[in-house]
Design a protein around this ligand. Sequence first.
Ligand code: ATP
Ligand code: MG
Length: 431
Amino acid sequence: MMNMTQAFQKVAAIRGMNDVLPADGARWERFEDIVRGWLQSYGYRNLRTPVLEHTRLFTRGIGEVTDIVEKEMYTFTDALNGDSLTMRPEMTAGVVRASIEHNLLYDRPQRVYSIGPVFRHERPQRGRYRQFHQIDVEALGFVGPDVDAELIVMLARLWKLLGLTDIRLELNSLGQPAERAAHRAALIEHLERHRDILDEDGQRRLYTNPLRVLDTKNPAMQAMADSAPRLFDFLGEGSRAHFDGLCQLLADAGIEYRLNPRLVRGLDYYNSTVFEWVTDRLGAQGTVCGGGRYDGLVELLGGKPAPAVGFAIGMERLLDLWEQSVPFTPLPECEVYIVHQGDDAQRLAARVGEQLRDAGLPVIVHGGQASFKSQFKRADASGARVAVILGSDEVASRVASVKFLRAEAAGEAAQQQVPLDKLADVLKSKG
Ligand code: ATP
Ligand code: MG
């Protein structure tokens, strides 16, 4: 039998998967509050999908010859039934699957958002983790370009709400399938002429996904990539008109952008509009948001054809940027901290705590019993604005001693006696 007293070897978290500790949790929550309000202000509604999906969804949706599917997915066989399952590496495929499965586009287009963890097996470093979080926003069933513009304007508003200024917009159009095919042929010719400088990924993708070869970060291939035929030059009239329409609307909104013909995005499903928001303040991992149109994906995944456009924000990167740009005053843990002495006072404290919460006040009742001195230390550390003191005198006379802890609020009457039935009113009026 196992010896239960044997020391247990401590378990650490999985590499690249982070805990968010309470000190940072407050910042995450404030961030999420802002984000939810922002999404609702554009009429986006929450859609939540499972973290696990059938592997086929991603190999089909994202594309076989992409970084994600080739080397980043957490895929495993369900030992109980042999199914191949994958931890979602992004959210769009799941959102589209759900919209097809539940016929969401049956009678109208949909604006939806999803917030949560995604998983990619990458080399962990600043801004690159194995579990990270995305805010995923999708407008399903709209042809654009008005909605493309709305999504971009919406993002500019979020940066403003957060007080961020150092983010710039990069824009490109990937055109339609026929335009891409013509460009692809010209591109393959170009790549073949420079075959000797293609690295391993480049060689492998030459015929399977030549566009992605241009997305390389290999310095030795930059000049070759810069001189490659530009997809943008292959766009037909319709694609141009869509793109010009978008640019017009961005100009109306006063949003600056840079046309980046090499912006192709890492997933197969994009067409037409693609964009990224980039900052120089985060080192190598400077892209905080990427998005674009994916008009073929709904059909590719078995639904009735429907246009769509969306984006995903990397929350860790955006929070990192926010933290660097905007000072954060930690929120108090509560408004009211109740200290107590003796068994009767402790029981009363629990009831008074509930009564104050009924009145809408956030309250911490000191846990356990301790000296007044150490309880007051805790009260101070909690950031509470007021301490309510209950001892045997207070229990007997049904009053509480109230002590304002912060100098501004303390004023003359730093401590006062308040009958219990007036307590909530008094505490609220001295906010
Ligand atoms: P990158 O080029 O940095 O690998 P990507 O093109 O793979 O990014 P997307 O699939 O567009 O990224 O995901 C949307 C956003 O999610 C990115 O813009 C980025 O902010 C964030 N992101 C992507 N991968 C990671 C990761 N491993 N850790 C943290 N955030 C990430
Ligand atoms: Mg990536």
